[in-house]
Design a protein around this ligand. Structure first.
Ligand SMILES: NC(=O)C1=CN([C@@H]2O[C@H](COP(=O)(O)OP(=O)(O)OC[C@H]3O[C@@H](n4cnc5c(N)ncnc54)[C@H](O)[C@@H]3O)[C@@H](O)[C@H]2O)C=CC1
Ligand SMILES: O=C([O-])CC(=O)C(=O)O
Length: 313
């Protein structure tokens, strides 16, 4: 019996891409191919080598290579796309749409050629629309095209709840639905700490503040960094999704999935709770929503649809 090592390609060797490569290798989820544009071939090789040279110290046996040649990505099990520009203070994620749509589409042409059986995870912003663009370009089945927003947005939400109650983050449960924009929908009714609903522990005005801080959580980091956006928590989120798939864990986590009637939406990518396992998105859960929650989700879906209409031009 030959045991095949898993191969993970990360496209975009910037802040999120390089950090993701490191975290993937630290968890020994597979060998990592880090890809960037030909003009950055040497820095990309340098980053990959530097990461690899951490392996004897940290004790991981994943291989990491840097390249601008997609032949090196051939046969990857997972492709993570972080290529594109990041926003700066004063910008919204949607301001990136024209530049990043072109980049994501060109990356996906290569993924289609060299990694036709892969599961693709998109990070590039505005991520709901970029996931739609990737899906159109790749022509892969919908279970193999997945966007990252819900793990990160939920992680921020859970961080703030844990801080508020001064309890372990490990005991906080919740999730965030909708698009990865300022009108995302943290679901308070489905949030708990050690099984106790949070609305019995935290006053309503404090919950409102946590929800609002979550919605603008990306912008909070953009404003603090001054010249780019978050990358540690986004990378950790990508790694959790990759691990769920490669280990067929069947985790229940919110991801950006293609909707064909779920929640009443057609032909739309939006953040919803799913089962993530060896086949990618294996199931979408349709939660019962109150009229208020559904109205908030509709608003978020409308925002995503508007951005997708720009990508479609
Ligand atoms: N969905 C989410 O939750 C999050 C999304 N993001 C998004 O991820 C993207 C990347 O963010 P960072 O890594 O911080 O940016 P960065 O600027 O540090 O890195 C982006 C990299 O993409 C590369 N790139 C550009 N065009 C390319 C192409 N055609 N092929 C291969 N590589 C190419 C650039 O050379 C650069 O190295 C941004 O669009 C950002 O908004 C970031 C954090 C969270
Ligand atoms: O805010 C940004 O531009 C990057 C991002 O999506 C996030 O950190 O949530």
């Amino acid at each position: 019996m030959t045991i095949q090592r898993k191969k993970i390609t990360v496209v975009g060797a910037g802040f999120t891409g390089a950090t993701t490569a490191l975290m993937l290798a630290q968890k020994e989820l597979g060998d990592v191919v880090l890809v960037d544009i030909p003009q950055l071939e040497n820095p990309t090789k340098g980053k990959a080598l530097d990461l690899l040279e951490a392996s004897p110290v940290q004790g991981f046996d994943s291989h990491i290579v840097g390249t601008s040649n997609y032949e090196d990505t051939a046969g990857s099990d997972i492709v993570i796309i972080t290529a594109g520009i990041a926003r700066k203070p004063g910008m919204s994620r949607d301001d990136l749409v024209n530049t990043n749509a072109g980049i994501v589409k060109s990356v996906c042409e290569n993924v289609k050629t060299y990694c036709p059986d892969s599961i693709v995870i998109i990070l590039s912003n505005p991520v709901d629309a970029m996931t739609y663009a990737a899906y159109q370009t790749l022509g892969f089945p919908k279970n193999r095209v997945i966007g990252q927003s819900g793990v990160l947005d939920t992680a921020r939400y859970c961080t703030f709840i844990a801080q508020e109650l001064n309890v372990s983050v490990e005991d906080v449960r919740g999730f965030v639905l909708g698009g990865h924009g300022d009108d995302m929908v943290p679901l308070v009714r489905y949030s708990s700490v050690g099984g106790i609903p949070i609305d019995t522990l935290i006053p309503a005005d404090r919950i409102d503040a946590i929800v609002q801080r979550t919605r603008v959580g990306g912008g909070e980091i953009v404003n603090l960094l001054g010249n780019g956006s978050a990358y540690y928590a986004p990378a950790a989120s990508l790694v959790q999704m990759t691990e769920a798939i490669l280990k067929d864990k069947k985790r229940i986590i919110p991801v950006i999935a293609y909707l064909e009637g779920e929640y009443g939406y057609q032909d739309l990518f939006l953040g919803v709770p799913t089962i993530l396992g060896g086949n990618g998105i294996e199931k979408i859960f349709e939660l019962e929503l109150t009229a208020e929650e559904k109205a908030a989700l509709d608003t978020s879906a409308d925002s995503v649809r508007n951005v997708i209409s720009i990508v479609n031009i």
